[in-house]
Structure formats: structure tokens, C-alpha cells
Write a protein that binds this ligand. Structure first.
Ligand SMILES: [Fe+2]
Length: 582
């Protein structure tokens, strides 16, 4: 049985489930090359899913839209404002603007022009069911139904989906129900996005930069009148600072905390302290919500999804709180992951069975070694086909080179996990600055992350646990600080990918690198230029090679070297900066 799930709007994506297993999933941005692909219809993503499975439209049994249709959204939003009428001028302005949008959307649906209706020409013979699910129900389903747990508490939190910004639910076997919701005016995600804008990063994109910036600040800014834990309802938040993108919200931040930061200018100590206070408040509030929810709906497990679940520092607090034996964070926790939830939910409704747990995110397109070599040739790149691509790459990295690594099927979700990655030696002290300045063109405060051989995780991570998707954060051990300083953040934390034994080239590379250096990890960052989506095909890698100063690209079994600069840098780095092997 094939179920196709798709969504438009922010982070459009599609996935295909075959007999309860996700066999393909991809974000539209990877094809359109516009980050987050706002308002695009996932036409290419849908086409890829069918191509990957080798099926035609007629062979798809069910199609599901991973959010509510405009009419149903309008009804949900209207109901919310009736239950929780605006209490301030800002809330009223927001509600009016929001309702206007919903009315326009609904009219569009009646005229057959709603985004989701663009699937009809692609499926002239409609499958048996074309249904749509609630946004947070999709988030909750993506977290629980694809988790390894038999029962669990479920928390979903984001900016907003329809009228909900936070939900608390429970999962038991194949059953799943949402018990409580908080609405738009109480949105933790919108609050964090509004603060992200105040710090001159792009909302709905740059929130993780705020999280990376926070440890550079210190206690000193009081935000307790804006957002604070609350024992009874989890938290309270001041909507005057929530309702981004209303202009009055920006002014409120400036009135309360001084002038906003300026994009691409040095970040002041005050703004760093603000980021610290914001992140600290989110962690306290998140913990308070989890405590309140745990008390009402006791469970040893916690499943998380929604954009706020990408905040790895909050996840760390929850994991280490002692409230739960284990937590599962659905790794595509943002709105791209809604398609996973919609497919899982429909499968469960149809079969009364749980789908297979999500253990693998290599769900995107792949290209054979011959295909990529043909592209390099066509693009005029000087390269050689290697008979020992693992050994050669390990040696390149060992010598201090930074390598673009393109292998196998592309990752679904925001993290590079060794299929579309930039790799470097995590033990070289100068490496972080070099990648930031020369290759990624990104802010110097943002941390890099490691991929770690799973059996060595205990040596580098405090309270280590499997972390295959880079959505958890851990304390760095003293060994980690000595052995892999380039991937330890300023607050002594690490956000790792643990790589278990398998037959992939990436695992083989990590093993070879360990044999040669004694370091059981690689620095792994996403293979993209600042502001662009992660690369999808070998043409994109060539573009990356041309636009950056990366030392080498390893594409399939083809290796191209930048001979003009890499050797010089290797010599510089290797003069006394290589850590002691152990
Ligand atoms: Fe969402």
C-alpha cells in the first residue's frame, strides 16, 4: 500500500510510505534552490517520491495533505478567536489580519486555486482518499508513531499551525490523542522568532543562530515579565512580544531592551546577554511544560516535534531532567516533517497498526558513481576516480584539508548526516575559523558538530546516548575537549551524530580516520553555501567547489582537488596544532 503525503506553504515537502515504511522523503527547497521554498508547491518532491519507488500516479493508493485545507483552517482559527478573544490592540490587529488571510485562502479554495488543489492535475485519476490532517496532529504523529516507544507523552511546539502553537498529547500502541492545546497568543515559537528578528537574524530560519549565540552572553537581562514558567498551566508569555510579524512587536522589543541589532554587524554584549536570557527562559519554560504535562499524563517517555524541538539545548534539559527514561525527537521537527506525520497517521487509521520506526533519514535522491563522474566531466572539473576513496579521503582530512563529501541518498531534514556533508579534522584548533571564513561564510559564534563512531560516544559525551540525527546536545568530556576541540561549543556542549555500524561509505570513512589518527570523530557540517539549501545533485557540488575555497570534493568515487591552496594550508595547520593521538 502506497501513501503519498505532501504539504505546501513554509518548508513544502513530500514523502512516500510503502506498507508502513517511509521509502522516500524530500524538501522542495533542494530542487528549487530557494531556502525553505516559501509558498512553493512540492511538485518536484512528489515526482521524486514516485520516481524513487518506481511507480506511477495510478499506483498510489492514498494521498494525504499534511495540514488542514483553507476552509477547515478558517474554521479552526475562527473557533480559537471565539474561545480566546483578543484582549489587547495588538492581539486584535493580529486576529484581523489573520482572519483576512484565512478568508482569502478559503475563497481561493472555492475557486479551485488553493495550494493543495495543485495536486489534482498531477493525479488525473484521484486515489481512493484525499484527506487532510490538523497541523499539530501531524507533528504529534510524526513524533510518536515513528518513535520506538510503546507509549509516550507527546509535546509539539512551534510558531503556529492553524490556531495552535503547543499541544500535549498521549500515545498508546496505535492510538494517539491530543489532550491540550495552547494558541497563537501564547506561542513560544513566535516569541523566539520575534526575538530572533530583534537580534537581526531571519525569523523562521535563524533561530538556531540565537541558540548558538546565547552561551556567549551571561545572566544580566531580565525577561521574566515577558515569559516565565507557571506551575499550573506550564508557562505564561506576554503577547506584546509574541505576535511577530506585527510591527508593534519590534517596537516593544526596542522600547524594552534598546535598539535592535544590525544585520552583519558585530553583536554587542547587551544583545549576547539578551540571547542568553531568551534561551534560558525557553529552557525553564519548556521544562515547566514537561513537568506539568508529566504530572497530568504520566509516562516514562517523551516524544517531541515542531520547530521548537530543533532547540537542542532545550532537548538536553528535558533529557537530563530525570522526568523521563528516554526521549525521542523527530529529527525533521519543523514543518517539512509534517508529511511524515500525515503518512503515519493515515496508515495507522487505515490498518490500526503502527508504521515502522524512523531509523533512517537517507530518504532523498542518489546518483551512481558513474553518473557523478559524468557530471564532473561535463562541468570541466579535473578529477580522478579512486580505487580507495575511503583511504584517500581519510588522508586528505588527516592532513588538514576540508572536504565536500557527496555520497548515496540525500538526508531528509535540516541536518547533514554524512551524505551531503563538509568534513574536516575536529582535532585541529584552527579548523573552525577556517571553515567559517573561507568555506561556509557564516558567523564565527556558530558551533560545528561531530559525527562520532557510536562505540566511542562514551569517551566524548557526558551521559552519552545514541544520537543518530543530531537533535540532542551533550556535555563534552575532558577527552573531547582535548581530542576534538573544533566541535566543542563555548558552553562545553557537543551536538553529535553517533554513527552505528553499517555498510555505508561514511561509517567506513570514520573507521579509517580513527585508525589513522586515533580520533573517533569527524567535524561534519552541512554541504551548502550560507543562505542556500543543502546541495542535492552533483551539479550543486561543482557550484559549491567553484564558489568556495574548499580543498577537495569527493563525489561518489571521484575526487577533485584544489591544488592551488590546499597544500599550503595543510602545512600551516600541521605545524604543532594537531592534537596528541590517543
Ligand atoms: Fe509546525
Amino acid at each position: 500500500m502506497y501513501i503519498l503525503a505532501y504539504k505546501d506553504g513554509h518548508d513544502p515537502a513530500a514523502c512516500l510510505m510503502k506498507d508502513g515504511e517511509i521509502v522516500a522523503a524530500v524538501e522542495e527547497e533542494r530542487f528549487s534552490r530557494v531556502k525553505h521554498a516559501p509558498s512553493q508547491f512540492p511538485k518536484e518532491s512528489i515526482a521524486f517520491c514516485l520516481r524513487q519507488a518506481g511507480i506511477t500516479q495510478e499506483e498510489v493508493d492514498y494521498v494525504v495533505y499534511a495540514r488542514l485545507t483553507p476552509l477547515r483552517t478558517f474554521a479552526a482559527v475562527m473557533l480559537y478567536y471565539m474561545r480566546r478573544p483578543p484582549r489587547t490592540i495588538l492581539e486584535a490587529r493580529y486576529a484581523l489580519a489573520n482572519l483576512k488571510l484565512q478568508v482569502l485562502g478559503t475563497l481561493g479554495q472555492f475557486r479551485g486555486r488553493a495550494g493543495y488543489q495543485r495536486i489534482y492535475p498531477l493525479f488525473p485519476k484521484l486515489p481512493k482518499v484525499h484527506t487532510s490532517f490538523d497541523h499539530h496532529l501531524c507533528h504529534a504523529a510524526s513524533a510518536y508513531l515513528l518513535s520506538p516507544f510503546e507509549e509516550s507523552l507527546i509535546i509539539t511546539w512551534d510558531g503556529k499551525g492553524e490556531a495552535t502553537s503547543l499541544s500535549i498529547g498521549i500515545g498508546q500502541g496505535a492510538g494517539l490523542s491530543i489532550k491540550e492545546r495552547r494558541g497563537i497568543f501564547d506561542s513560544l515559537g513566535l516569541f523566539y522568532s520575534a526575538a530572533t528578528k530583534y537580534l537581526a537574524f531571519t525569523p523562521n530560519d535563524g533561530e538556531y543562530k540565537v541558540m548558538g549565540l546565547a552561551p556567549y552572553g551571561q545572566r544580566g537581562v531580565d525577561v521574566s515579565d515577558l515569559i516565565a514558567p507557571d506551575e499550573r498551566v506550564g508557562y505564561r508569555v506576554n503577547s506584546d512580544f509574541v505576535l511577530y510579524p506585527l510591527r508593534g512587536v519590534e517596537q516593544n522589543f526596542e522600547r524594552r531592551f534598546g535598539p535592535a541589532a544590525v544585520r552583519d554587524m558585530p553583536i554587542s554584549k547587551e544583545h549576547q546577554n539578551f540571547a542568553w536570557a531568551l534561551q534560558n527562559a525557553l529552557e525553564q519554560v519548556g521544562l515547566s511544560v514537561a513537568k506539568m504535562a508529566q504530572k497530568k499524563y504520566p509516562s516514562k517517555h517523551l516524544c517531541l516535534a515542531g520547530g521548537v524541538a530543533l532547540n537542542v539545548k532545550l532537548n538536553k534539559v528535558l533529557r537530563e531532567s530525570g522526568l523521563f527514561d528516554d526521549i525521542f525527537v523527530q529529527p525533521a521537527a519543523g514543518d517539512n516533517g509534517l508529511v511524515l506525520g500525515a503518512a503515519a497517521l493515515l496508515y495507522t487509521k487505515l490498518t490500526h497498526k503502527r508504521p515502522a520506526p524512523l531509523t533512517n533519514l537517507y530518504l532523498g535522491p542518489s546518483y551512481s558513481d558513474d553518473e557523478v563522474a559524468a557530471v564532473l566531466r561535463e562541468e570541466g572539473i579535473v578529477f580522478h576516480k579512486s580505487s580507495d576513496v575511503i583511504g584517500e579521503t581519510a588522508t586528505l582530512i588527516k592532513k588538514g584539508n576540508v572536504v565536500a563529501w557527496f555520497q548515496g541518498r540525500m538526508e531528509f531534514g535540516p541536518r547533514s548526516l554524512g551524505a551531503r556533508s563538509v568534513l574536516a579534522h575536529p582535532g585541529l584548533a584552527g579548523m573552525r575559523d577556517r571553515i567559517n571564513e573561507k568555506i561556509k561564510f557564516r558567523e564565527e559564534f556558530r558551533p560545528f558538530c561531530p559525527s562520532i563512531l557510536a562505540e566511542h560516544a562514551n569517551e566524548l559525551l557526558g551521559r552519552a546516548a545514541p544520537s543518530p540525527f543530531m537533535v540532542l546536545s551533550f556535555e563534552a568530556t575532558p577527552v573531547a575537549k582535548r581530542l576534538v576541540p573544533a566541535v566543542v561549543h563555548v558552553d562545553n556542549t557537543v551536538r553529535p551524530q553517533t554513527v552505528a555500524r553499517d555498510d555505508s561509505r561514511y561509517r567506513a570513512l570514520l573507521e579509517r580516520f580513527y585508525q589513522e589518527t586515533g580520533v573517533p570523530a569527524l567535524l561534519n557540517t552541512s554541504l551548502n553555501i550560507r543562505g542556500e539549501p543543502i546541495v542535492e545533485n552533483p551539479h550543486h557540488v561543482v557550484e559549491f567547489f567553484r564558489k568556495t575555497h574548499i580543498d577537495a570534493i569527493v563525489v561518489g568515487d571521484s575526487i577533485a582537488l584544489r591544488t592551488d591552496q590546499s597544500s599550503q594550508f595543510s602545512q600551516t595547520l600541521n605545524r604543532g596544532t594537531l592534537v596528541t593521538e590517543y
